[in-house]
Design a binder for this molecule. Sequence first.
Ligand code: URA
Length: 425
Amino acid sequence: MNIVDIIRKKRDGERLSAEEIRFLVKGIVRGEVEDSQAGAFLMAVYFSGLSAEETSALTMEMAESGDMLDLSAIPGTVDKHSTGGVGDKTTLVVAPLAAAAGVPVAKLSGRALGHTSGTIDRLESIPGLRTDLSTEEFIAQVKSIGVAVSGQTARLVPADKKIYALRDKTATVEVIPLIAASVMSKKLAGGAQSILLDVKCGRGAFVPELERAKQLAETMVKIGKSAGRKTRALVTAMDQPLGRAVGEGLEMGEAVETLRGGGPADFLELCLLVASHMVYLGGKSHSPESARITLERLLGSGAALEKLRQMVSAQGGDVKTLERPEELGRTRHQAEVRAPKSGYVQRIDARAIGDTARSLVNNHTGGILLERKAGDEVISGGTLAVLLSDDSGKLEEASVKVEEALTIGEEPPKPTPLLLCPPIG
Ligand code: URA
């Protein structure tokens, strides 16, 4: 078997056998397949696709490329994963929230990909907080306080680490089988018994079209179920950024605000939706609807915030930052983007906001705070967004991009639903 033949086969639209996929994944992990060859393979998949069998084989090979966590000593563990969106800091709220409802949450998270930032980067904006827990530490923490959110250890799914980074560099992020294999290999290796997937759909997602988002959700649910895990997917809207904060530390701050009883309405709604399905999957309620009532109470009582405090403390973070979330991610310089005319915000191009925020972020600080969201009324000269950066030279160009990303019209836009189709799985 040789790698050039495998690339050629995929380039020409042929199907690969499980053995060929194993040879490829092992070669990538061992460094025997050069980056240029792996990149060429990924591009061939972009054009030729992968069948359901090839996707399953790729997922299992990737999952088994490193350690597989054994969480069997902790009954009812739940994991969640978002396919990634702009301002998507949901994990930082739902992990402690679901844990406060008695569901053990064992969550391994990733870093920035494409135009989105990663949960691990957001968490690291809290001084001292460790995201490199060993497998033993991770399991012990879930056992003792019921929640841990950490980066994948070097020994977990090394194949995804390599492929994820290569996809980011070769414009092959937006490929359904590659997203499915990336997400599900981590979820299977992460060991949780139940998996809740938040599949993002819209302009700010890796999969903008509803039909393709549903296809991604179905692919992942099938992989999860065939591996014996309770798996459910929600397809949710990602046309405009989620909440108001876009940028690692700013998003961490917004998540803490939300657990303190504030936070933007759209973000809170998504958190309650995702957490209620996690609690249901974890067997702690007989329906997502009844779980939601419990979760609202846990938010109101401060129990969910207390769970985050326990998690931050267990991972070595400075818990005092949780009392001043508005200080997280702040920078020396800022600029305001003002409305060029009066009217209603029709649309916010999430991808443009995500890209611009990433250009402003440095060392977990900086980004964009949206003062107006789609549907909001604006008056000419009113503030649309605040841009933050330690490099004042970046603010001018970013301001132009943010102004272009917001469309203002005379009528309010039709509201779009959050959940785009019934839960899958
Ligand atoms: N999230 C992942 O973990 N992988 C992807 O490919 C996309 C989103």
